[in-house]
Design a protein around this ligand. Structure first.
Ligand code: MTE
Length: 316
């Protein structure tokens, strides 16, 4: 995010999948039981993914059905995943990420620390699909259908102690497959955190799938955070550790530059980034800019979280 690059998202509108096309394809795929073969996206050999049969999950439209849906091809080929590269075109490189076996370690202020493999976790969690807006701090945005489960279900499963105030999530460390982790400029591993009440908010989601299929590696397989009212960098990918603590963690970008990337990082069009305006955004695949909304349009669900936190730097 610190480096100015050519904007790969400036692609013609015709490359976008309309929502009706996506929905029609989704219905057909489900009817045929061919989720694993229906990729049509770069990279992932979905047929090999043991969780493929879990998708598409049942839709939950409680938090809205924003439109227009971003083309699957754009959302899976224009990515931020600095462990692989600091550019956007990293989806090929990301195919090296080994996503099975995959273990998530739960530690810190919990009743009892434990480890669980991703497929056992998936079997325990109530999977659903939610269509959310995503707003990157760099000012591009997208609307995509995530599959996964409410983070609240995961927190409850972890049985945190009553004194726990924050949840800290960490990405896999594996410089042999993630060449970006050899770059000593960055404070690896990628760490992000939420306050407990944010993690327990109904909107907060752990995504394990995208477009009705298992999560593509470049989008953070096999599990990543989705907190859609915050700037995209909060949405830590490929999580291997979930720790509960009473101390506020310092997240990856905050460590690098706390003047530009804070802990709360809630979307607000009226609070500019020190180097650019946040007033508007460019949806992937569109040539037009559109106004950015406070809390990325999710204020009705989350504004209350910040009533008692007005003294904090909530929007950066
Ligand atoms: N997680 C890790 N581990 N590494 C990253 O570089 N980038 C963040 C976030 N999560 C990032 C990450 C940023 S800046 C954004 S905008 C989103 O992932 C992008 O998610 P996407 O590639 O699925 O669109």
């Amino acid at each position: 995010m610190l480096i100015k690059r050519t904007h790969g998202w400036e692609l013609p509108e015709r490359q976008a999948t309309s929502e009706s096309t996506y929905l029609a394809r989704r219905t057909l795929v489900k009817a045929m039981g061919l989720g694993a073969l229906a990729a049509g996206v770069p990279g992932l050999a979905l047929a090999e993914d043991p969780s493929a049969k879990l998708y598409p999950a049942k839709k939950n439209d409680t938090y809205g059905m924003p439109t227009p849906m971003t083309a699957e091809k754009l959302a899976t080929t224009y990515n931020n995943f600095y462990e692989f590269d600091d550019g956007k075109n990293l989806w090929r490189l990301a195919q090296k990420l080994p996503v099975r076996p995959w273990t998530v370690k739960v530690s810190g202020m919990v009743e009892k620390p434990f480890e669980i493999d991703i497929d056992s976790l998936l079997a325990k969690m109530p999977l659903e699909e939610r269509v959310y807006r995503h707003r990157c701090v760099e000012t591009w945005s997208m609307i995509v259908p995530w599959s996964g489960f409410a983070m609240k279900s995961l927190v409850e499963f972890c049985k945190p102690a009553s004194g726990a105030k924050y949840v800290v999530m960490t990405t896999l460390s594996n410089p042999s497959v993630m060449p970006g982790q050899k770059d000593v400029i960055y404070p690896w591993p990628y760490v992000e955190g939420l306050a407990m009440d944010e993690a327990m908010n109904d909107l907060t989601f752990i995504a394990t799938g995208l477009y009705g299929k298992p999560m593509p590696k470049q989008n953070g397989a096999p599990l990543r955070l989705v907190a859609p009212w915050k700037y995209g960098f909060k949405n830590v990918k490929s999580i291997v550790s979930i720790a509960f603590t009473d101390k506020r963690p310092v997240s990856f970008w905050e460590k690098l530059n706390d003047n530009e990337y804070g802990f709360w990082a809630n979307v607000n069009p009226q609070v500019p980034h020190p180097r650019w305006s946040q007033a508007t955004e460019k949806p992937l695949g569109s040539s037009d800019r559109i106004p950015t909304q406070i809390y990325n349009g999710y204020g009705e669900f989350v504004a209350g979280l910040y009533e008692g936190r007005k003294a904090e730097k909530l929007f950066m």
